[in-house]
Design a protein around this ligand. Structure first.
Ligand code: ADP
Length: 215
Protein backbone atom coordinates (compact mmCIF):
# COMPACT_ATOMS: atom_id res chain seq x y z
CA UNK A 1 0.00 0.00 0.00
CA UNK A 2 1.41 3.39 -1.02
CA UNK A 3 2.23 5.87 1.72
CA UNK A 4 1.74 9.57 1.14
CA UNK A 5 2.96 12.69 2.93
CA UNK A 6 1.22 16.02 2.29
CA UNK A 7 3.16 19.15 3.21
CA UNK A 8 1.02 22.29 3.58
CA UNK A 9 -2.57 22.02 4.73
CA UNK A 10 -4.18 24.86 2.81
CA UNK A 11 -7.39 24.18 0.89
CA UNK A 12 -5.65 22.02 -1.73
CA UNK A 13 -3.41 20.08 0.68
CA UNK A 14 -6.28 19.40 3.08
CA UNK A 15 -8.60 18.17 0.36
CA UNK A 16 -5.83 15.95 -1.02
CA UNK A 17 -4.93 14.48 2.39
CA UNK A 18 -8.57 13.74 3.25
CA UNK A 19 -9.31 12.20 -0.15
CA UNK A 20 -6.27 9.90 -0.02
CA UNK A 21 -7.26 8.84 3.49
CA UNK A 22 -10.82 8.11 2.35
CA UNK A 23 -9.36 5.98 -0.44
CA UNK A 24 -7.67 3.88 2.25
CA UNK A 25 -4.08 5.15 2.03
CA UNK A 26 -1.73 6.02 4.86
CA UNK A 27 -1.29 9.78 4.98
CA UNK A 28 1.11 11.93 6.97
CA UNK A 29 -0.06 15.56 7.07
CA UNK A 30 2.49 18.30 7.82
CA UNK A 31 2.02 22.01 8.51
CA UNK A 32 3.69 24.72 10.57
CA UNK A 33 0.29 25.91 11.73
CA UNK A 34 -0.86 24.21 14.95
CA UNK A 35 -4.55 24.80 14.33
CA UNK A 36 -4.41 23.23 10.86
CA UNK A 37 -2.60 20.20 12.28
CA UNK A 38 -5.12 19.83 15.11
CA UNK A 39 -8.06 20.12 12.70
CA UNK A 40 -6.88 17.21 10.58
CA UNK A 41 -5.31 15.07 13.33
CA UNK A 42 -8.26 12.71 13.80
CA UNK A 43 -8.95 12.38 10.09
CA UNK A 44 -5.58 11.18 8.74
CA UNK A 45 -3.07 8.49 9.79
CA UNK A 46 -0.67 10.98 11.33
CA UNK A 47 -0.43 14.79 11.54
CA UNK A 48 2.57 16.76 12.77
CA UNK A 49 3.41 20.40 13.31
CA UNK A 50 6.75 20.74 11.55
CA UNK A 51 8.45 23.40 9.44
CA UNK A 52 9.23 21.64 6.16
CA UNK A 53 12.24 23.96 5.72
CA UNK A 54 13.84 22.16 8.67
CA UNK A 55 15.83 19.37 7.05
CA UNK A 56 16.56 17.56 10.33
CA UNK A 57 12.89 17.52 11.22
CA UNK A 58 12.01 16.03 7.82
CA UNK A 59 14.68 13.37 8.27
CA UNK A 60 13.36 12.56 11.74
CA UNK A 61 9.92 11.97 10.16
CA UNK A 62 11.53 9.39 7.88
CA UNK A 63 10.28 11.39 4.92
CA UNK A 64 12.37 9.45 2.40
CA UNK A 65 10.44 6.28 3.20
CA UNK A 66 7.21 7.74 1.84
CA UNK A 67 6.33 6.67 -1.69
CA UNK A 68 4.95 10.06 -2.68
CA UNK A 69 5.43 13.44 -1.00
CA UNK A 70 3.20 16.29 -2.14
CA UNK A 71 4.35 19.89 -1.65
CA UNK A 72 1.00 21.65 -1.33
CA UNK A 73 2.43 24.98 -0.16
CA UNK A 74 1.06 27.44 -2.70
CA UNK A 75 1.28 31.12 -1.90
CA UNK A 76 4.84 31.04 -0.59
CA UNK A 77 6.63 30.17 -3.83
CA UNK A 78 10.10 30.38 -2.34
CA UNK A 79 9.30 27.87 0.38
CA UNK A 80 7.54 25.62 -2.11
CA UNK A 81 10.66 25.54 -4.34
CA UNK A 82 13.17 25.08 -1.50
CA UNK A 83 11.16 22.27 0.10
CA UNK A 84 10.88 20.52 -3.28
CA UNK A 85 14.69 20.62 -3.75
CA UNK A 86 15.27 19.44 -0.20
CA UNK A 87 12.93 16.47 -0.59
CA UNK A 88 14.72 15.34 -3.76
CA UNK A 89 18.10 15.77 -2.01
CA UNK A 90 16.83 13.65 0.87
CA UNK A 91 16.11 10.87 -1.62
CA UNK A 92 12.30 10.99 -1.79
CA UNK A 93 11.39 8.90 -4.82
CA UNK A 94 8.37 10.84 -6.06
CA UNK A 95 7.85 14.51 -5.26
CA UNK A 96 4.69 16.19 -6.54
CA UNK A 97 4.63 19.98 -6.26
CA UNK A 98 1.83 22.48 -6.61
CA UNK A 99 2.56 25.42 -8.93
CA UNK A 100 0.66 28.68 -8.98
CA UNK A 101 1.94 30.03 -12.32
CA UNK A 102 3.38 28.54 -15.52
CA UNK A 103 6.85 29.94 -14.75
CA UNK A 104 6.74 28.53 -11.23
CA UNK A 105 5.83 25.18 -12.80
CA UNK A 106 8.82 25.34 -15.17
CA UNK A 107 11.16 26.07 -12.26
CA UNK A 108 9.77 23.09 -10.34
CA UNK A 109 10.35 20.81 -13.31
CA UNK A 110 13.92 22.05 -13.73
CA UNK A 111 14.81 21.45 -10.11
CA UNK A 112 13.61 17.87 -10.25
CA UNK A 113 9.95 17.73 -9.19
CA UNK A 114 8.65 14.44 -10.56
CA UNK A 115 5.21 15.86 -11.22
CA UNK A 116 3.92 19.42 -11.20
CA UNK A 117 0.24 20.12 -10.65
CA UNK A 118 -1.71 23.34 -11.29
CA UNK A 119 -4.91 22.84 -9.29
CA UNK A 120 -6.36 26.32 -9.83
CA UNK A 121 -5.62 26.42 -13.56
CA UNK A 122 -6.88 22.88 -14.16
CA UNK A 123 -10.03 23.40 -12.14
CA UNK A 124 -10.71 26.61 -14.10
CA UNK A 125 -10.47 24.66 -17.37
CA UNK A 126 -12.76 21.92 -16.09
CA UNK A 127 -15.37 24.29 -14.73
CA UNK A 128 -15.32 26.29 -17.99
CA UNK A 129 -15.78 23.12 -20.05
CA UNK A 130 -18.66 22.05 -17.83
CA UNK A 131 -20.31 25.49 -18.07
CA UNK A 132 -20.27 25.85 -21.85
CA UNK A 133 -21.61 22.43 -22.71
CA UNK A 134 -25.19 21.41 -22.06
CA UNK A 135 -24.57 17.73 -21.57
CA UNK A 136 -20.89 17.19 -20.87
CA UNK A 137 -20.36 16.69 -17.16
CA UNK A 138 -16.63 16.06 -17.13
CA UNK A 139 -13.76 15.80 -19.56
CA UNK A 140 -10.26 14.33 -19.52
CA UNK A 141 -8.03 15.56 -22.34
CA UNK A 142 -5.87 12.68 -23.60
CA UNK A 143 -4.13 14.80 -26.25
CA UNK A 144 -5.01 18.03 -28.09
CA UNK A 145 -7.28 15.96 -30.38
CA UNK A 146 -8.70 13.19 -28.19
CA UNK A 147 -10.67 13.17 -24.94
CA UNK A 148 -12.75 11.06 -22.64
CA UNK A 149 -16.05 12.73 -21.73
CA UNK A 150 -18.89 12.04 -19.35
CA UNK A 151 -22.09 12.85 -21.17
CA UNK A 152 -25.79 12.75 -20.24
CA UNK A 153 -27.23 10.17 -22.61
CA UNK A 154 -28.48 12.15 -25.65
CA UNK A 155 -32.24 11.80 -26.30
CA UNK A 156 -31.69 10.12 -29.66
CA UNK A 157 -29.94 7.20 -27.95
CA UNK A 158 -32.48 6.63 -25.19
CA UNK A 159 -34.42 3.37 -25.50
CA UNK A 160 -32.00 2.06 -28.12
CA UNK A 161 -29.12 -0.38 -27.89
CA UNK A 162 -25.62 0.98 -28.45
CA UNK A 163 -25.64 -0.82 -31.81
CA UNK A 164 -28.89 0.92 -32.84
CA UNK A 165 -27.58 4.28 -31.62
CA UNK A 166 -24.56 3.60 -33.82
CA UNK A 167 -22.28 5.79 -31.75
CA UNK A 168 -19.15 4.16 -33.10
CA UNK A 169 -19.97 4.40 -36.80
CA UNK A 170 -21.64 7.79 -36.77
CA UNK A 171 -19.38 9.54 -34.31
CA UNK A 172 -16.18 7.50 -34.33
CA UNK A 173 -16.55 7.34 -30.57
CA UNK A 174 -16.50 4.37 -28.19
CA UNK A 175 -18.63 4.02 -25.07
CA UNK A 176 -16.28 2.84 -22.30
CA UNK A 177 -18.84 2.71 -19.51
CA UNK A 178 -22.39 3.64 -18.57
CA UNK A 179 -23.18 5.13 -15.19
CA UNK A 180 -26.72 4.41 -13.98
CA UNK A 181 -27.35 5.76 -10.49
CA UNK A 182 -24.73 4.13 -8.31
CA UNK A 183 -24.04 1.31 -10.78
CA UNK A 184 -21.33 1.38 -13.40
CA UNK A 185 -21.51 -0.90 -16.42
CA UNK A 186 -17.98 -1.31 -17.74
CA UNK A 187 -17.40 -1.99 -21.42
CA UNK A 188 -21.10 -2.28 -22.29
CA UNK A 189 -21.87 -4.63 -25.19
CA UNK A 190 -23.55 -3.57 -28.45
CA UNK A 191 -26.87 -4.99 -27.21
CA UNK A 192 -26.90 -2.77 -24.15
CA UNK A 193 -29.97 -0.49 -24.01
CA UNK A 194 -29.42 3.16 -23.00
CA UNK A 195 -31.89 4.46 -20.40
CA UNK A 196 -33.03 8.03 -19.81
CA UNK A 197 -30.72 9.56 -17.20
CA UNK A 198 -27.76 7.30 -18.02
CA UNK A 199 -24.36 8.91 -18.09
CA UNK A 200 -22.14 7.70 -20.93
CA UNK A 201 -18.35 7.68 -20.59
CA UNK A 202 -17.11 8.06 -24.16
CA UNK A 203 -13.67 8.26 -25.78
CA UNK A 204 -13.13 9.83 -29.20
CA UNK A 205 -11.92 12.76 -31.29
CA UNK A 206 -12.87 16.14 -29.86
CA UNK A 207 -14.70 17.31 -33.01
CA UNK A 208 -16.75 14.09 -33.12
CA UNK A 209 -17.51 14.30 -29.43
CA UNK A 210 -18.80 17.82 -29.94
CA UNK A 211 -21.23 16.50 -32.58
CA UNK A 212 -22.40 13.96 -30.06
CA UNK A 213 -22.98 16.65 -27.50
CA UNK A 214 -25.25 18.57 -29.88
CA UNK A 215 -27.66 15.59 -30.04
P1 ADP B 1 -4.08 26.86 -0.69
O1 ADP B 1 -4.00 27.94 -1.73
O2 ADP B 1 -4.22 25.47 -1.26
O3 ADP B 1 -5.11 27.14 0.38
P2 ADP B 1 -1.87 27.92 0.86
O4 ADP B 1 -0.63 28.27 0.11
O5 ADP B 1 -2.76 29.03 1.26
O6 ADP B 1 -2.62 26.82 0.00
O7 ADP B 1 -1.54 27.08 2.16
C1 ADP B 1 -0.30 26.56 2.39
C2 ADP B 1 -0.21 25.86 3.73
O8 ADP B 1 1.15 25.51 3.87
C3 ADP B 1 -0.58 26.72 4.93
O9 ADP B 1 -1.41 25.99 5.80
C4 ADP B 1 0.78 26.99 5.59
O10 ADP B 1 0.68 27.04 7.01
C5 ADP B 1 1.60 25.80 5.16
N1 ADP B 1 3.04 26.08 5.13
C6 ADP B 1 3.66 27.19 4.65
N2 ADP B 1 4.98 27.11 4.82
C7 ADP B 1 5.22 25.89 5.39
C8 ADP B 1 6.41 25.21 5.83
N3 ADP B 1 7.61 25.76 5.70
N4 ADP B 1 6.27 23.98 6.38
C9 ADP B 1 5.05 23.41 6.51
N5 ADP B 1 3.91 24.00 6.14
C10 ADP B 1 3.98 25.23 5.59
Amino acid sequence: MKQFAVIGLGRFGTSLALTLTRMGYDVLAVDTNEEKVNNIMEKVTHAVQVDAMDEQALKALGIRNFDVVIVAIGQDIQTNILVTVMLKDLGVKTVVSKAVTELHGKVLERIGADKVVFPERDMGVRVAQALVSKNIMDQINLSPDYSIIELMAPVEFVGKTLAEGNVRMKHGATVLAIRRGNDVIISPGAKHVVNDGDVLVVVGRNDKLRDLEEK
